[in-house]
Design a protein. Structure first.
Length: 368
């Protein structure tokens, strides 16, 4: 990194590209939950001039959750901690997060159910067990699984060399990217490869991204992050998006109509390319550009709010939905995609305010 582009003091304490990605990706997660109002608007607008753009949106927005996994891998896999500390410091914290915020969501969304107090208690713990209380909370359950396996993955990454990471990427691009495309072109959905043949079952998709985050952040040389290499990676990501988008459209043609279930078939195809491009580009940009003290503080602030925004996102979307339906759609009905973007920006801002307020309470400050 050039000496003249050194980050300000606050930026040296925090990795600014990580804080930027945190803030960005929670917005993308929230936008995912707009469904056909924005995220998969192409389903309802097949004749629109902007159909190709609408069709590309999901493949860009879906990078959010993998990047959250990558951030966790980047920050945690290189540390050394006894198993007891992982349980006391990390797993116990996330168990509290799941319980407390699931309870908040239950009270908000289900308090009017005609149930007795024992009935409410039974329903709450059933929904807590099945992770059905909030759309985004499945991430918390996956994260606890990651923490449980953290000692194993830390040993694994020490033994992996560059060739093994590239081999893992190759397996992902082949089995998650190419195989579904080739299979559908041949069988038109009437036959699928045996699921248990996929070798990535051994590590799972979340773990794949945990490992990739560690590799890109801690193993991939910074000298590789050049404009030339990023352009190549960006072109590969664009090509993957075009293939996956075309297959999504073709699936709708073969099925005789597009539905949300049909649209999701190729969302993960070549998703790694988009995810890696975004992560690598952010790491490169913040390593080679000066960031003012004010901008750095803003990034750290919004990054620190992101977890809380995610925990409240179901509630904030619910609260601001009336603005979307009664104001935005009423007065800006000709540009529905922009309506959805504005809606999520308002919900995001409300989430930041709520998180900032609740973190004034010492218990929640430590928790989130």
């Amino acid at each position: 990194m050039n000496t003249e582009n050194k980050a300000p003091a606050v930026g040296r304490k925090k990795k600014l590209h990580i804080e930027f990605l945190r803030a960005l990706c929670i917005w993308l997660v929230m936008f995912t939950h707009t469904s056909t109002a924005g995220f998969s608007l192409f389903i309802n607008r097949p004749a629109s001039f902007f159909y190709p753009l609408y069709l590309a949106v999901p493949f860009l927005v879906k990078t959010a959750v993998p990047i959250f996994f990558m951030i966790s891998g980047a920050l945690l896999l290189g540390k050394e901690e006894p198993v007891s500390k992982i349980w006391k410091k990390r797993i116990w914290r996330f168990l509290q997060v799941i319980f407390v915020f699931s309870f908040i969501n239950y009270v908000w969304f289900y308090h009017n159910l005609p149930l007795s107090i024992p009935g409410h208690i039974a329903k709450f713990f059933t929904m807590l067990y099945t992770s059905d209380l909030a759309t985004a909370y499945y991430f918390l359950y996956i994260y606890i699984s990651f923490l449980l396996m953290l000692p194993v993955w830390r040993k694994l990454v020490k033994a992996m060399d560059e060739n093994l990471y590239l081999y893992l990427i190759g397996l992902n691009l082949f089995f998650v990217g190419l195989v579904p495309v080739i299979s559908f072109l041949i069988f038109k959905g009437s036959a699928e490869m045996n699921y248990f043949l996929n070798p990535l079952l051994a590590v799972s998709e979340p773990t794949f991204y945990f490992l990739m985050g560690y590799w890109i952040e801690n193993v991939l040389p910074e000298s590789w992050l050049t404009k030339r290499n990023l352009v190549k990676l960006g072109m590969a990501a664009l090509l993957g998006t075009c293939v996956a988008g075309t297959m999504t459209w073709y699936h709708g043609v073969v099925a005789g109509g597009m539905t949300e279930a049909i649209s999701e078939r190729f969302y993960d195809s070549f998703l790694f390319l988009n995810t890696a491009f975004l992560f690598c580009t952010c790491r490169w940009w913040f390593s080679n550009h000066h960031v003012s003290e004010k901008a750095a503080r803003a990034l750290v602030f919004f990054g620190s709010m992101s977890f809380g925004v995610m925990l409240f996102e179901e509630i904030t979307r619910n609260l601001t939905h009336v603005i979307y339906t009664h104001v935005l759609l009423k007065y800006m009905y000709r540009i529905p995609f922009i309506d959805a973007v504005i809606w999520i920006c308002i919900a995001y801002a409300l989430g930041v305010v709520i998180t900032w307020g609740i973190k004034k309470i010492p218990y929640f400050e430590r928790l989130i």
